[in-house]
Design a protein around this ligand. Sequence first.
Ligand SMILES: [Zn+2]
Length: 412
Amino acid sequence: MTKPLTGSFQLMKSLNRSLVMTTIRNEGPISRADIAKRIALTPPTVTNIVNELLEEKFIVESEIGASSGGRKPILLKLNSQSFSIIGIDVGGNTIKSLLTDLDANIIRENRRSMPPRPNAETFLAELNQSVSDLIGSAGTERPVIGIGIGMHGLVNPEEGVSVFAPNLHLRNVPIRASLEEAFGLPVYVENDVAAMALGEQWFGGGQDTDHFICVNIGVGVGAGIILNRQIFRGSSYSAGEIGHTTVDLNGPRCNCGNYGCLQTLVSGPAIAETVQNEIALGRRSKLQPSASGSLQSITGEHVCEAAKEGDELAIESFRKAGRLLGIGLTNMIHTLNPQKIILGGGVAQAGPLLTEPLAETVKERALESSVRHLTIEASRLGNRATAIGAVTIVLSRLFAEPQLPKESGIRQ
Ligand SMILES: [Zn+2]
């Protein structure tokens, strides 16, 4: 454990409680005695915490274990269906929400379109409605215990404030305060890619990895960074803004004011624009709009479909984006030396069309020592990665760590 242990008694108590819950979650069915041994707490402390958790229905007594001489012990397991969690992925165009149990199994999901050019009030009303829809279906048998939000843009997770949401043109929206007031439940807000990284750490490709990076390539490009099994947010929550690293000095102008930022070259809109420009210059493609259609109606999704159907121009656009992404990721690999890079977001749905040129570029450019242990893979959680991540934010407050170290120094 790397968490400080010098806090108040209350913190120690809740830390021990989450350690007990984590042990039951990871190793249950497990006896009280084995929990005490595993995390080096005294048996009476474990018994007290277990009684509390049984009363609150977080855990249940499951079966009788094997005896090691005396009376056969009663085993405990997590009562994962006893409560639900809401996780919400807030993008520029849609709000995707999930209602899950304590194992992040999906009970219900819904999707709402973002109203065009919302102000803070209409945006919060939309978010509020997403939560209401799901709380209604959770019912009283499985009450919701927390709400996690993966919000695009710059987020202050301590305050639960969306500091800047570029795709909505909103600043300083107090998401946590607003939802906590409306629903009386704990609300946690993280940047969407940071949430995605947490989701991958608990339920996806990051489970057995100490250092990994999630890269989301959609309307924008961003990274969620896990170092030493902890999220790395930077001094002002801006770590991972790789979409604004320069990869072409003479590249197009970015919405941040610079030129040649990675996201001006590899995002969904950037790929669509490459194709639009080539067609305008006379290149033939099945994406050529009919007489009534406009070139501007071609989207990144259209290019992806056309590429999968063998359209030369579309394939070339993804190859070019893959190579440029490879350059951007090589810079990040040389800085952080991760074991794994997990790709998510709409553009990553192109699969090998993007990842093959990407991997070739990384292989050509990266130092051998930096990529010796590196794998690059697509997110196993697909387009739900951020929403599952938002659920995980709540879980990470309940449980200590996804995998508990075998030897823990914590004692009562
Ligand atoms: Zn930029």
